[in-house]
Design a protein around this ligand. Structure first.
Ligand code: GAR
Length: 208
């Protein structure tokens, strides 16, 4: 059984999707053993508690730099014996001390079709606003491995939704979460736990 540590900062609907998938037996070979939040008041913590999952709060605001914060996160992940780290709405960029310690073992969900509308400064509703300002007709979400560059690691899964006339950042966010994120993130976690993701030439492929 792989130990899955989920990192959160907010509402935790993606965490909930993973918890629900685990409960329904969809995730074979893995178990969420810890939820770590960068904010003490994140509702994701309540979701973890309700599911009986141990939690830790490491507030980003208590650390002077990204590096010092990342070192604290790394220490906790090592203490938890994490086999897989899932960034589920985790709004802090991690320093390479974490990404190098967990190569191809950190998964992130990003609410756009990478390489569009991603990288530093693109998070939450800002992503959807940027996509709508550009006038895209299709958007979606990407589940990818995390490396040293923001949103630049190997893509595992992507899914799309159509953008309708009159769409707002809020309506697009909801549509992408419900139709893509909550399905693809648990699926990628499951594939990882079953050792079905293969890396070749820096790209990720799902073993059929
Ligand atoms: C999700 O839409 C996730 O894709 C996004 O934040 C939301 C978190 O929701 N993540 C990012 O923008 C990271 N760059 P949740 O807390 O309800 O899962």
């Amino acid at each position: 059984m792989k130990n899955i540590c989920v990192l959160v900062s907010g509402g935790g609907t993606n965490l909930q999707a993973i918890i629900d998938a685990e409960k329904s037996g969809e995730i074979k070979g893995g178990k969420v053993t810890c939820v770590i939040s960068s904010k003490a008041d994140a509702y994701a913590l309540e979701r973890a508690r309700l599911a009986g999952i141990p939690t830790a709060v490491i507030p980003r605001k208590d650390y002077y730099s990204e590096k010092m914060y990342s070192e604290a996160i790394l220490e906790e992940l090592q203490k938890q014996n994490a086999d897989l780290v899932v960034l589920a709405g985790f709004m802090t960029i991690l320093d390479e001390c974490v990404t190098k310690a967990f190569p191809y073992k950190i998964i992130n969900v990003h609410p756009a079709l990478i390489p569009s509308f991603c990288g530093e400064g693109f998070y939450g509703l800002r992503v959807h606003k940027a996509a709508l300002d550009y006038g895209v007709k299709v958007s979606g979400a990407t589940v990818h491995f995390v490396n040293e560059k923001a949103d630049a690691g190997a893509i595992i899964l992507q899914g799309t939704v159509n953008v309708e006339n009159g769409e707002t950042p809020e309506s697009l966010q909801k549509k992408i979460m419900e139709n893509v994120e909550w399905k693809l993130l648990p699926k990628a976690v499951s594939l990882f736990c079953e050792d079905r993701i293969v890396i070749r030439d820096g790209k990720a492929y799902v073993d059929p």
